[in-house]
Design a protein around this ligand. Structure first.
Ligand SMILES: [Fe+2]
Length: 291
């Protein structure tokens, strides 16, 4: 009892002398800390926040018969440790729900391992569109199994259009859909049939700078993941392109080519995104210049 009285008196004395000053953490530090915690959580949520981004393409080379023709373009699925088999299946179903006329795949189907290659195409089996499903390879497909990827295409009913072109017809009218090999790991051969609206799929957007005379009307690319981590969607420190942020994301006019660069669906390491949401691209073609 005596000891307790002594202890209380000591505390009072020390408080008076200011030894027990309770230092409060300023509110602004707490707010900043909270924001950082929220951002730290958010970057792991955004990769799951898939959006469908729509574009309308007007061009006088598009025949009237193709007015309203719908193209779905999907790239960089990266099935692997950060993008499960079930998510690939859900993606396939979501693409099918759009009921586009044609589905184009831009490469990089896996991340980290040849074992994922047969699996991703098993999950993509059943992907369908009235005018077919077509694809090219990306750099990761070369690293994890070029041959297995082409076999996966065949097994899943995906037509390989690398360095090839196909013609889609509506009555007497037609458009061309072509693809090229990966700019870093493959080779590229592209030619445009004269006076025909031409869509070119190239995993890497950098190929746009190499095309000299026969230019496509529309070039669809992936590879950049829109930078994955950006400064509020305006700029990214890391973009795997010689042209850096110029080819990071979106609709870009370059070298007289109308390009669409998608942010893709999956991620590579680290499995985070910030203002670079994963997306399915849906493009509607319109005959005429839109005036
Ligand atoms: Fe990729």
């Amino acid at each position: 009892m005596e000891y307790r009285i002594f202890e209380a008196e000591l505390c009072n004395t020390m408080k008076k002398k200011g030894k027990f000053k309770h230092k409060k953490i300023p509110k602004w530090i707490l707010v900043i800390a909270l924001v950082f915690v929220m951002l730290g959580v958010y970057v792991f949520i955004e990769p799951y926040w898939l959006v469908t981004t729509e574009y309308d393409i007007y061009n006088s080379d598009i025949p009237a018969e193709f007015d309203g023709f719908e193209v779905v373009f999907v790239s960089d699925i990266h099935h692997g440790p950060f993008f499960s088999y079930e998510r690939v299946e859900k993606l396939r179903d979501k693409i099918n729900e759009i009921e586009a006329d044609i589905v184009l795949l831009g490469g990089d189907y896996v991340h980290r391992g040849p074992l994922y290659v047969p699996a991703v195409f098993e999950a993509l089996t059943g992907l369908s569109a009235s005018d077919g499903v077509y694809g090219v390879l990306g750099n990761h497909d070369h690293w994890d199994g070029e041959q297995a990827t082409r076999e996966g295409f065949a097994a899943a009913g995906i037509t390989d259009i690398e360095n090839m072109k196909v013609v889609i017809t509506r009555g007497f009218a037609s458009i061309q859909v072509a693809g090229v090999g990966d700019f870093d790991m493959g080779w590229q051969e592209y030619s445009r049939d004269e006076d025909i609206f031409s869509i070119l799929v190239s995993h890497n957007p950098d190929y746009a700078a190499e095309i000299t005379d026969e230019k496509p009307n529309l070039m669809l690319c992936g590879h950049t993941h829109a930078g994955q981590v950006t400064f509020f969607g305006l700029w990214a420190p890391l973009v795997p392109s010689k042209y850096w942020n110029k080819f990071r994301y979106g609709e870009i006019e370059y070298n007289d080519i109308n390009m669409i660069v998608t942010s893709g669906v999956g991620t590579i390491t680290p499995p985070v995104r910030f203002f670079a949401r994963p997306e399915i691209v849906k493009i509607t073609l319109h005959s005429g210049d839109g005036q």
